[in-house]
Design a protein around this ligand. Structure first.
Ligand code: BDR
Ligand code: CA
Length: 315
């Protein structure tokens, strides 16, 4: 039985690749996409989500616009990482379709509550929409099937401050609400995503297929690779979000530990830092499953095969 998922997202180069992976994977059905401020403004990422669905000829998937700003912090976009539009050098036509009228948080609540135990949330941006949904309707905590979260850096250094990963840094207060909610969570932190590098060789393999999909992947990841080279001396780019999506149906890509994880919301150098109580000093029960080991090529082969399938004419 395929899993029904909602993707909560700020597309975003790697977010876009996560959509494409979901749309190419029969193991999941995308019931809706909810947008969130992050890599670009909510207006921009909503446009991007619609354009990417049109690129994949899947405008039947509804898009819901989510929160405009973090709960407490000021907005922090990331043009240096994803470009001014959020999609690197890719230039997609303006979408013909429109976002739904309902707010993204309300869609989450309504959809989860009307299908108890059946909906998987895949959160690959700042967690503002999910935190708001929990505050508006706390019963979603019991009704949601599971929540996959791309965020945090447990033993790994941060990618936004020395200590913090981008999604938890941008809205640490939202992450705090979600982490303490009691939802069944699976965290994909930088510890595993930074071991999976999409390289120019991987890109060349996809470019053997001449298609708008492979052109989009090339144009967007070229920008992302330049960022990784300039800022982090990484040859290639880290595609965090599709890896998180892949775990919804291929969990064996990673090894996990059940841990109590918290996020720093004190105003200081640690803001947004995520940390796990490995030695159980605080005697608290684990609040999530954390991916800490990974088989990088298992993920990359899956990703490349699915992108080839999506890009091939008549597939
Ligand atoms: C996360 O931050 C964003 O820039 C990416 O899309 C990903 O979700 C990685 O830290
Ligand atoms: Ca993202």
């Amino acid at each position: 039985m395929p899993k029904h998922i909602i993707i909560d997202t700020d597309p975003g180069i790697d977010d876009s690749l996560a959509f494409l992976l979901a749309l190419a994977s029969p193991e999941v059905i995308v019931d809706g996409i909810v947008t969130i401020h992050g890599n670009a403004s909510t207006t921009q990422v909503t446009t991007n989500a619609l354009s990417i669905l049109e690129l994949a000829k899947r405008s039947d998937v509804p898009v819901y616009r989510g929160c405009e700003l973090p709960l407490v912090q000021p907005s922090m976009l990331s043009p240096e990482t994803h470009g001014n539009t959020g999609l690197g050098y890719a230039q997609l036509p303006a979408p013909q379709s429109q976002a739904q009228a309902q707010h993204g948080s309300d869609f989450m609540i309504e959809h989860i509550m009307s299908h108890p135990g059946e909906i998987t949330l895949v959160c690959i941006g700042p967690l503002t929409n999910v935190a708001l949904a929990i505050r508006k309707e706390p019963r979603i905590v019991q009704a949601v099937k599971e929540v996959f979260i791309m965020g945090g850096a447990i033993r790994h250094q941060g990618n936004t401050t020395p200590l913090a990963e981008y999604n938890t840094y941008v809205d640490p207060h939202a992450a705090h609400i979600v982490f303490h909610s009691g939802m069944p969570m699976i965290l994909t932190p930088l510890d595993v995503t930074y071991q999976c590098i999409f390289t120019t060789d991987d890109l060349s393999r996809l470019q053997k297929i001449d298609s708008p999909i492979t052109k989009f992947i090339a144009d967007s990841t070229r920008f992302y690779m330049e960022f990784h080279d300039e800022y982090q001396k990484i040859d290639g780019c880290v595609i965090n979000d599709p890896m998180t999506l892949a775990l919804t149906f291929m969990p064996e890509i990673c090894d996990y530990e059940n841990l109590y994880v918290d996020v720093d919301i004190s105003a200081g150098v640690g803001l947004g830092n995520t940390f796990a109580d490995f030695y159980n000093y605080d005697k608290k029960s684990p609040n999530m499953k954390v991916a800490l080991g990974v088989r990088p090529r298992m993920f990359m082969e899956l990703f490349l095969e699915r992108m080839e399938k999506l890009a091939k004419p008549n597939s």
